[in-house]
Write a protein that binds this ligand. Structure first.
Ligand SMILES: Nc1ncnc2c1ncn2[C@@H]1O[C@H](COP(=O)(O)OP(=O)(O)OP(=O)(O)O)[C@@H](O)[C@H]1O
Ligand SMILES: [Mg+2]
Length: 397
């Protein structure tokens, strides 16, 4: 390990830090490094209450760009420790093409050998999606005329859904899918999830607590209403993230206050997604909509009116405005039982079909039919089970 200096680029001050010998300053980071940061000093990407994110490059033959997420354990309460344990354990477990690679963790100790700073090292991407969205809107120029490319939008959905499909197969709920927690490399438009601070294994009872750290604006209604929830909450958030690419935070209520945000969010959600009859949702929401939100009259869905699809380029083959709307409408099903999981979205949504097929071809993913034929081949080679013998053996024992 070596002692280095890091510049907090937000508050403009320098502090000492301990990093592995093979960490170097990333002078080529044009996205987050300030021009006037001294050459020999490392730089931060973000500063939060209990931790900060530092950029570095690896001085190893293969090279590579990393972030060091540095947790200040002195600031930690019990809940922070619980979150950190989950983040470390899940990060060590999860390996996927669309999840930023976890490399290692280490810590600094004080003179009494108590850990004071804890570091998680991960692969770094060019931007988080919030910064990328800001970057593409800047490119729009004053006219605001530049349209969003259907292919990028479809590729965004496919890549996030591939990561979610993997997580869902392992019963992991991400719980904080938001533009801040999704990374993008501009070259090739590669998308990866970058933060697992709020994730957990799904409990069989589905009784999970709320996530105080997660961004309400992306939370599914069952989570906002404090009801049991499962991995489908991530599908909801993905739709909100995708719509935001059109430069619109569609489910953000106007004039909300921090004290009433959850109720304001639920009302806004029902305004956009529609609400026909309370009994339609009773099994999931009890009487939340009727009694607690005071909603009486049915409301028609307003997707077409609220989502600025005029921001999309003209239709291109199956990449049409209508297919885009069909996809987000189903992902934003207020009833989670009607909301498809990631695999179903990928297989059935017309908006994703071309991109998904292309993706599977490039990455040699066998189609369901090919997988089935492969299974038949294996079954054919297996010796047949002799049921009669088995029954006789069981009767004897
Ligand atoms: N692997 C990465 N590649 C690029 N940027 C990253 C990476 N990890 C973190 N960042 C940047 O640092 C920010 C904060 O990191 P992270 O999401 O891990 O912490 P957090 O506590 O969850 O913060 P937030 O509440 O903003 O999500 C991200 O929003 C992103 O801008
Ligand atoms: Mg985050």
């Amino acid at each position: 390990m070596k002692r280095v200096e890091v510049v907090d680029q937000i508050h403009d001050y320098t502090f000492p830090c301990q990093v592995p010998d093979y960490f170097g300053v990333d002078l080529e980071d044009r996205v987050s490094r300030n021009e006037n940061t001294p050459k020999e000093k490392f730089h931060t990407i973000d500063i939060l209450t209990t931790h900060m994110v530092i950029a570095a490059r690896l001085l190893l033959p293969a090279g590579g760009r990393v972030v060091a997420k540095r947790f200040d354990l002195v600031q930690f309460g019990d809940y922070d420790y619980k979150k950190l344990i989950r983040e470390i354990e899940l990060s060590r477990l999860i390996k996927h093409r669309h999840i930023a690679r976890y490399y290692q963790c280490f810590w600094e100790e004080n003179s009494e050998r108590r850990p004071i700073y804890f570091y998680i090292i991960r692969e770094r991407l060019d931007f988080s999606l919030d910064k990328y969205y800001a970057h593409i809107s800047k490119d729009d120029g004053s006219s605001g005329e530049r349209k969003r490319d259907h292919r990028l939008l479809s590729a965004l959905f496919v890549q996030i859904l591939k990561a979610l499909q993997f997580l869902q197969e392992h019963d992991i709920i991400h719980r904080d899918i938001s533009p801040k927690n999704i990374g993008v490399n501009q070259n090739g438009f590669l998308i990866k999830l970058i933060d697992f601070g709020c994730s957990r294994k799904q409990s069989p009872s589905l009784e999970h607590t709320l996530q105080p750290g997660a961004d309400y604006l992306y939370q599914a209604p069952e989570m906002l209403a404090g009801k049991p929830y499962d991995t489908k909450v991530d599908i909801w958030s993905t739709a909100v993230v995708g719509i935001e690419m059109l430069g619109c935070k569609v489910l953000t209520p106007t004039g909300w206050s921090p004290h009433t945000i959850k109720a304001d969010m639920l009302k806004r959600i029902l305004k956009v997604c529609g609400w026909q009859k309370s009994d339609q949702y009773e099994q999931v929401y009890d009487n939340v909509f009727h009694d607690e939100l005071g909603l009486r009259k049915p409301m028609l869905p307003q997707f077409e009116k609220e989502i600025p699809t005029k921001r999309l380029e003209p239709d291109r083959g199956p990449l049409t405005k209508d297919h885009f709307l069909d996809l987000v409408k189903i992902m934003l099903s207020v009833d989670p039982r009607k909301r498809p999981n990631a695999e179903k979205c990928l297989m059935e949504a017309k908006y994703l079909q071309v991109m998904n097929r292309k993706y599977d071809e490039v990455h040699n993913v066998p189609s369901p039919r090919e997988s089935f034929l492969e299974l038949i081949k294996r079954l054919r080679d297996e010796p047949p089970t002799n049921l009669q013998n088995d029954e006789e053996k069981e009767a004897r024992s």
